[in-house]
Design a protein around this ligand. Structure first.
Ligand SMILES: Cc1ncc(COP(=O)(O)O)c(C=O)c1O
Length: 381
């Protein structure tokens, strides 16, 4: 479908093309010096001591759980209002997920009070997700984790470049997990990054990323080793040089692109009708503004709103159908769940287009169409 305004769009140009060509011409494709450079650049951006690239954030989340020793008999607290990978990563280890609620209609991140209510002696970790690029309440969540001796994993898929109290999101807990999927702020098609300040965790993640092997093919190519041992049950979760090269170029553009996203959201906040709630007004920290979620007024039809937008060439989406409502989760984790805010807010959520190179005409057109879409959504009920 050709949209007048797609939900997201890549900011790719000659820089990405040349970076890929240069990798192809180097004739070294698997994880090597370009990946090392990408990790170093990401460490400089986040201030994280260790950065390890992987093929996607789902793998990053899985490795984070494995590296922290999460397994059968353990429980991990996760928000239900997130992408399903946040919870799936826990299930891969044999541990159980326990769903926590969000804060309120103005703050769709995991609620510290709800986290506390989910804690029991089996709880081992909390996975927070910085929804839309806005920070969770990390000071409160850190305090809870310290009190109960729990690990914190940050699902940072939405928030490269975002900060809270001057500290990068993804560096507050034990491990941060970033995604470079093609609709993300830093896009490499597929791709992800693990961040940690712990030498011990980094060493473990590094082994787990590549079969538990003590050397890489690249080490042997570079003449640093002849053989290897296998010391962990690891995986092949490696990235490759082509995607790392894309990552380096995208990272250079990230600060300006995030700023542009914030400016577009500020315009939405100023010009969209007040009956539409745009969450995270006056939220602390500096957001990466990955997506722009809005809440429709109660008593409107979300489907009619989205149909109107589609008929007028504007793509919208939903972030997210709550995980506990999916068939697989209902069958395997029927609850009861205590998620009153998630359950009332989620059916009203619609995500509007947001990408750094949106044209003035696209922004004006969207602002013009929203009141008409709202009218259509009211009439159809
Ligand atoms: C919140 C969240 N967590 C995890 C993921 C999984 O990322 P990936 O597609 O890189 O595996 C995504 C990607 O869409 C996401 O939005």
């Amino acid at each position: 479908m050709i949209w007048k305004i797609p939900l997201a769009d890549l900011d790719y140009d000659n820089n990405e093309e040349n970076a890929v060509l240069s990798v192809l011409r180097s004739k070294w494709l698997t994880m090597g010096s370009v990946t090392a450079q990408f990790e170093q650049d990401f460490a400089a951006m986040t201030g994280s001591k260790h950065c390890l690239s992987v093929s996607n954030a789902t793998e990053a989340l899985h490795l984070a759980c494995v590296a922290l020793g999460i397994g059968p008999g353990d429980e991990v607290i996760v928000p239900s209002l997130t992408f399903v990978a946040t919870a799936n990563a826990v299930l891969y280890t044999g541990a159980k997920v326990v769903f926590a609620d969000i804060v309120c209609p103005n703050d769709l991140t995991i609620s510290p009070a709800s986290i506390e209510a989910c804690i029991n002696p089996r709880t081992k970790a909390i996975i927070v997700m910085h929804y839309a690029g806005y920070p969770c309440d990390m000071p409160a969540i850190l305090e809870i984790a310290q009190q109960h001796n729990l690990y914190i994993i940050e699902d940072a898929a939405h928030c490269p470049g975002a900060t809270l109290d001057g500290k990068a999101l993804g560096t507050w807990g034990e491990i941060g997990c970033f995604s470079f999927f093609s609709n993300k702020n830093l896009a490499t098609g597929e791709g992800g990054m693990l961040t940690t300040n712990s030498d011990e965790i980094a060493a473990k993640l590094k082994l787990l990323r590549s079969h538990g092997m003590t050397t890489l093919t690249y080490d042997r190519h570079a003449g640093h080793a002849y053989t290897y041992d296998v010391v962990e049950l690891g995986y092949n979760y490696r990235i490759d040089e082509i995607r790392a090269a894309l990552g380096i170029e995208q990272l250079k553009k990230l600060p300006a692109n995030n700023q542009h996203r914030r400016e577009i959201v500020a315009r939405y906040r100023k010009h969209l009708p007040a009956e539409l709630t745009i969450p995270f007004a006056d939220h602390p920290g500096i957001s990466a503004c990955h997506i722009c979620p809005v809440l429709l007024p109660a008593g409107t039809s979300r489907k009619a709103f989205q149909d109107y937008m589609k008929e007028h060439g504007i793509q919208t989406s939903i972030h997210y159908p709550p995980i506990h409502t999916f068939s697989y989760y209902r069958e395997h984790f029927p609850g009861p769940h205590n998620l009153p805010i998630t359950e009332t807010i989620a059916p009203r959520e619609v995500t509007l287009p947001l990408f750094p190179n949106m044209s003035e005409e696209q922004i004006d057109y969207l602002i013009e169409q929203i009141p008409l879409a709202l009218q259509a959504a009211k009439i159809s009920l």
